[in-house]
Design a protein around this ligand. Structure first.
Ligand code: NI
Length: 390
């Protein structure tokens, strides 16, 4: 099976599909057309074992290999973002204020290209390939929904990848440990007591108390967290008050935490600071904290090696680099809680060619050879995993 040659043969196909999906983005939980079109594309390839999900706009499809063996899953996400595209591309989004600004259009194309190659050589495959087409990655709900409906049933290992502006083209980034942080959302509500702005002693000022809480929370990161384990604590919104001369009785804030730690240590420290700081000033505070994505941590050395070797086999040793951990999150983490797997990073940053915008930017774009590389590495990983002994 010459995957490199097949990727060159089908590269054009994958790029053409990327352009189609780029022009037709849909938001999380609304990927109805996207999912239906992917089903059509899979049928066109010749893949008929397709099961659409009932609890989300996702599907699973299986390529049955000609020889008995294991089952390897290949995953794509398919959702886009509420971003107004400003790339000027001829195949720019036709859907107003929606854009594939995270490159999930490339991921769909990579999966389809890999599927086409693997379907071509299905008779030689030692086992099966499960294609996992997942919606709602941006909400971190898609992977859970897919798993709950049996997307991983019978699967022995999983592979996924992401095009990323954080890595230079044409590197393939692979991490042998932590890759992407776990993400939490938190909400804080400070409850004070309203008064006239000229009589602070008769009220309990929710704004000054909030300021104290915000400052104190930074000590979670600077003084309480082990500096060898990165932690981000960001307050993204704050709302309070209605008029210049009224002491406000309520402030609401929300934010995010990024961490590679499991457990509830950060949550407990934050709760203590929020509740006790509020109490110190005679107010109360409500605190709600929810971990929405676990961290992506590679704990299977074998999977990491297989992905690394697949890329090296195709593009040489110099094409692969060690990926530093990213504080962004990925709900691929949920699959890794079920089966061994690996998540590769496809570098797309290229200053000389003007591809300098990070994921989620309205000008986000990349050289499409990244799609072809992504297909080839994905297909090579699948073949090599199925041929591997254990
Ligand atoms: Ni993404």
């Amino acid at each position: 099976m010459d995957i490199k040659a097949l990727s060159e043969q089908y590269g054009k196909y994958a790029i053409e599909r990327r352009r189609y999906y780029h022009a037709h983005p849909e938001l999380p939980e609304q990927e109805i057309e996207t999912c239906a079109q992917i089903k059509e594309d899979l049928l066109d390839i010749g893949i008929t074992d397709i099961r659409t999900m009932s609890n989300c706009h996702g599907l699973v499809a299986t390529i049955h290999g000609g020889r008995p063996g294991k089952t390897v899953a290949l995953r794509t996400d398919i959702d886009a973002l509420p971003v107004k595209e400003d790339t000027g591309l001829p195949f720019a989004s036709k859907n107003e204020n929606i854009m594939h600004a995270c490159g999930h259009d490339a991921h769909i194309a990579i999966l389809l290209g890999a599927a086409k190659m693997l379907f071509d050589c299905r008779d030689q495959l030692k086992g099966n390939v499960r294609l996992v087409v997942q919606p709602s990655e941006e909400l971190a709900t898609g992977a859970k929904a897919m798993i709950s409906e049996g997307a991983l049933d019978g699967v022995d290992a999983i592979y996924g990848s992401h095009v990323m502006g954080a890595l230079d083209a044409p590197y393939y980034g692979i991490s042998s440990g932590p890759l992407m942080a776990g993400a939490a959302i938190f909400n804080i509500r400070v409850i004070g007591y309203a008064a006239h702005g000229s009589e602070p002693h008769r009220g309990k000022d929710a704004i000054t108390v909030s300021a104290a809480i915000i400052n104190a929370l930074q000590q979670c990161v600077s003084r309480m967290n082990d500096p060898r384990s990165p932690l981000v604590l960001t307050i993204g919104t704050i709302h309070g008050g209605s008029r210049f001369n009224i002491i406000p009785n309520e402030v609401k804030m929300e934010g995010t935490v990024r961490t590679f730690e499991a457990g509830t240590a950060v949550e407990e420290i934050m709760r203590r600071i929020v509740e006790n700081t509020a109490a110190a000033f005679g107010t109360t505070a409500e605190f709600h904290f929810e971990m929405i994505t676990p961290p992506v941590i590679h704990d299977s050395e074998k999977m990491v090696l297989l992905a690394k070797n697949a890329a090296e086999k195709l593009y040489g040793k110099q094409s692969v680099c060690d990926m530093q951990p990213l504080m962004g999150s990925e709900d691929f983490a949920y699959y890794l809680q079920k089966v061994p797997g690996v998540f590769g990073i496809i570098g797309i940053n290229d200053v000389a060619k003007g591809y300098i915008y990070s994921n989620h930017h309205e000008k986000f774009d990349f050289e499409e050879s990244a799609v072809v590389r992504g297909c080839a590495i994905m297909a090579q990983f699948a073949v090599d995993y199925l041929e591997s002994e254990t």
